[in-house]
Design a protein around this ligand. Structure first.
Ligand SMILES: *[C@@H]1O[C@H](CO)[C@@H](O)[C@H](O)[C@H]1NC(C)=O
Ligand SMILES: *[C@@H]1O[C@H](CO)[C@@H](O)[C@H](O)[C@H]1NC(C)=O
Ligand SMILES: *[C@@H]1O[C@H](CO)[C@@H](O)[C@H](O)[C@H]1NC(C)=O
Ligand SMILES: *[C@@H]1O[C@H](CO)[C@@H](O)[C@H](O)[C@H]1NC(C)=O
Ligand SMILES: *[C@@H]1O[C@H](CO)[C@@H](O)[C@H](O)[C@H]1NC(C)=O
Length: 315
């Protein structure tokens, strides 16, 4: 009974774990267009590194079908990123005290300016972009001739990284623009502006300045066109939620089946053991009958549990 109990706990753990791995796989396999763009732009960015000098900013060229997007790269030692920062990497001002995780000796920072593609890759229903979406991402740059570059994380541990937007579209003073930060999963978070054109961050991702478009009378004419509600974004989000729910429900159904199977197995084993015992009893009785002959009936029950006695008795 004790081993059955621990086995049930084990099965529950397996069920829960498999629900989680299902979730992780379903989210991982459905890369969003924005995440695919990150990969593409990282590729074009890294091709701008031809015998790169550490700390020098290189502008990459993007293909014709992405005209309007700008990409720049800089390669750094993580020690120098920590102790010196990067004064002006396009809109980004990187202070001292930025830590990378996992630790790599050399990293590459990739800057993106999505220009008129901002609302295509980062649709934000109900808001209007007042500046193009800009991105700052970090990759392991130990081996520039490798094909796969590992994305790495970083965090500003002393003071935040500033993002100084140029040419922010002015809005009437009664409206309050906000900073928006898209983390690597593409989820938006809103924050207050530091000054009228500066946002700040402690982490990597994509950034812009937005305003609630409900009260914005004439759609602001800017590189980023006005945003209508985007059904695709909602659908994507819903399908993600649906996949998580399906994963969890699937996990629990699996767990239920496993438990039922186990209980059934346990019963089956018990039944089989009873049958075996009965069988043994019969054999015991026959043996006894044949060997001991006339002393059958009274000794029978004792013989069943102590077969060793029988041998002694006979010998
Ligand atoms: C741009 O064109 C390249 C081929 O030159 C193609 O592989 C890529 O998918 C296209 N990207 C977009 C966003 O259309
Ligand atoms: C952005 O502008 C470029 C020309 O500057 C154009 O080729 C491209 O199609 C535009 N992209 C979008 C999404 O409108
Ligand atoms: C925009 O503002 C209106 C009222 O001013 C409010 O009802 C609406 O929820 C806001 N939209 C968002 C997305 O915050
Ligand atoms: C860098 O990557 C390339 C391609 O994957 C590989 O052939 C080469 O050995 C790597 N160099 C180092 C120093 O790891
Ligand atoms: C932002 O840039 C402008 C000019 O491009 C400069 O005057 C201003 O001081 C900068 N602000 C910050 C916080 O870096």
């Amino acid at each position: 009974m004790k081993s059955l109990h621990s086995f049930l706990i084990f099965i529950s753990l397996v069920g829960i774990l498999s629900a989680y791995t299902y979730k992780a796989r379903s989210l991982g396999s459905s890369t969003s267009p924005a995440q695919q763009l990150d990969l593409t732009l990282q590729g074009y960015g890294f091709s701008a590194f031809v015998r790169p000098h550490t700390g020098v900013v290189y502008d990459a060229t993007v293909p014709l079908n992405l005209t309007g997007i700008k990409v720049s790269v800089v390669r750094l030692r993580s020690g120098s990123l920590w102790s010196r920062g990067v004064k002006g990497f396009k809109e980004f001002g990187i202070p001292v005290g930025v830590l990378v995780h996992p630790y790599v000796e050399r990293l590459a920072l990739v800057y993106q300016n999505l220009g008129n593609w901002s609302s295509v890759y980062y649709p934000l229903p109900g808001f209007t972009y007042l500046a193009p979406v800009v991105g700052l991402l970090a990759y392991d740059a130990a081996n520039l001739s490798a094909n796969n570059f590992q994305e790495i994380d970083f965090v500003a541990s002393k003071s935040p990284i500033s993002i100084n937007f140029t040419n922010v579209v002015p809005v009437p003073t009664e409206l309050t623009p906000q900073c928006v930060w898209f983390n690597l999963d593409g989820l938006p978070e809103f924050r207050e502006l530091v000054t009228e054109n500066v946002c700040s961050t402690y982490q990597q991702g994509h950034f812009s300045i937005v305003v609630n478009s409900t009260r914005l009378a004439p759609p602001a004419p800017i590189g980023a066109p006005t945003l209508g509600p985007s059904p695709s974004h909602h659908k994507k989000h819903n399908s993600k939620v649906w996949k998580i729910v399906a994963g969890v429900v699937g996990g629990f159904i699996g767990l239920l089946f496993a438990t039922l199977l186990l209980v059934w197995l346990h019963r089956y084993k018990e039944k089989k053991e009873v049958a075996k015992m009965e069988q043994h009893a019969e054999i015991g009785e026959t043996l006894q009958m044949t060997r001991i002959g006339n002393a059958q009936a009274p000794v029978a029950s004792g013989m069943r549990t102590q077969p060793m006695l029988e041998n002694e008795y006979v010998a």
